[in-house]
Write a protein that binds this ligand. Structure first.
Ligand code: ATP
Ligand code: MG
Length: 320
């Protein structure tokens, strides 16, 4: 049990279309129980990567393993795996339920008996007898997840499941993903929405022009980027002077009536002593970690994939 292969292991994955490299040496590992975010702007190669993971297209180079099996070589690799890329496709002139029945018959293995349960999970029971052609975008997405759940997957791959949904639909989709993860399902979802990934995922791959610029824990990414601190004291003029003199403090300035600076935790602890010694008593001292959104832009725009503060951003060893 302990040595079971990871749900997804991608190594050196490349996909070229003529001169265009859509996916460029991607390495990532999705572990059992992860809700893993595959985050990148439009055209970063998310859908192309997911297509290779689902065995829908062949990699130019590199490998995908799902629970140790190669989806490009054997459909058995997709046992226990479900998902869809872009929008799920159904017969528009048939009802949601009828579409699921056809899929269940194709899958076999008692899938028909699960239809009511999966419709209930995605909250489509009330509309299950309506033609899919009349479904809203959000209902179509939910039917796609219902179809995936029919297969009782251990691993679910979703390509931008919440894109195009209204705020209520997005909230429901996130709730659903969280619920499935809570039931023990491993989920990989692509997204270009930082707040969605930050809210849902424990680990993330951030892609830019086909390449991974960060892979790992979201919390580690934020810590690697370091924190800026906001400081209020009984004498901010003195405090600013002390900050500027304190070794290890960078970028000390007055902003919006507060003193702000960048530093690591050890420096901050030493600084607090220096402030008191100088007679500037601390009223408020708060770290402000960069949001994932700020980090995303610093990683996916601009020339270098380096974090603010100059820390390397590749705990996984992926090329920065
Ligand atoms: N079949 C194809 N033929 C030629 N180029 C392709 C093909 N599929 C994808 N591409 C190109 O590969 C790049 C990555 O596309 P992909 O659809 O994977 O991006 P994405 O990250 O999913 O973007 P989006 O957020 O817009 O969905 C794009 O430049 C795209 O034009
Ligand atoms: Mg896409």
């Amino acid at each position: 049990m302990a040595s079971e292969p990871a749900p997804i292991e991608v190594r050196g994955l490349v996909k070229r279309y003529g001169d265009l490299t859509a996916v460029d040496h991607v390495d990532l590992t999705v572990r059992a129980g992860d809700v893993y975010g595959y985050l990148g702007p439009n055209g970063a190669g998310k859908t192309t990567s997911l297509r290779m993971m689902l065995g829908l297209i062949r990699p130019t180079a590199g490998s995908v393993r799902l629970f140790g099996r190669d989806p490009a070589r054997t459909v058995r690799a997709l046992e226990g795996v479900a998902g869809f890329v872009e929008a799920p496709r159904f017969y528009p002139y048939l009802s949601g339920r009828r579409n699921l029945e056809l899929l269940a018959d194709f899958d076999g293995g008692g899938a028909r008996g699960r239809i009511d349960a999966v419709l209930d999970t995605v909250e489509l029971t009330d509309r299950a007898r309506d033609r899919v052609g009349g479904y809203s975008h959000g209902m179509g997405q939910r039917l796609g997840i219902a179809a995936a759940l029919l297969r009782k997957p251990r691993l679910l791959l979703l390509d931008e499941p919440a894109t195009g949904l209204d705020p209520g639909g997005m909230r429901d989709m996130r709730r659903l993903v969280r619920r499935l993860a809570g039931e023990g399902m491993t989920v990989l979802l692509s997204s270009h929405l930082m707040n969605e990934v930050e809210e849902l995922c424990n680990r993330v791959a951030i892609v830019r022009s086909g390449s991974i610029v960060y892979e790992g824990e979201i919390a580690d990414l934020k810590h690697a980027a370091g924190a800026t601190y906001r400081l209020r004291t009984t004498d901010d003029t003195v405090a600013l002077e002390v900050c500027r003199r304190q070794p290890g403090v960078a970028d000390a300035r007055c902003e919006g009536g507060d003193v702000r600076f960048a530093a690591d935790e050890t420096t901050v602890a030493e600084l607090s002593g220096a402030l008191i010694a100088a007679g500037a008593l601390i009223v408020e001292l708060a770290p402000e970690l960069a949001t994932l959104e700020e980090l995303f832009f610093s990683l996916t725009e601009g020339p270098a994939a380096a974090a603010p503060g100059g820390h390397a951003l590749s705990p996984s060893g992926a090329a920065a």
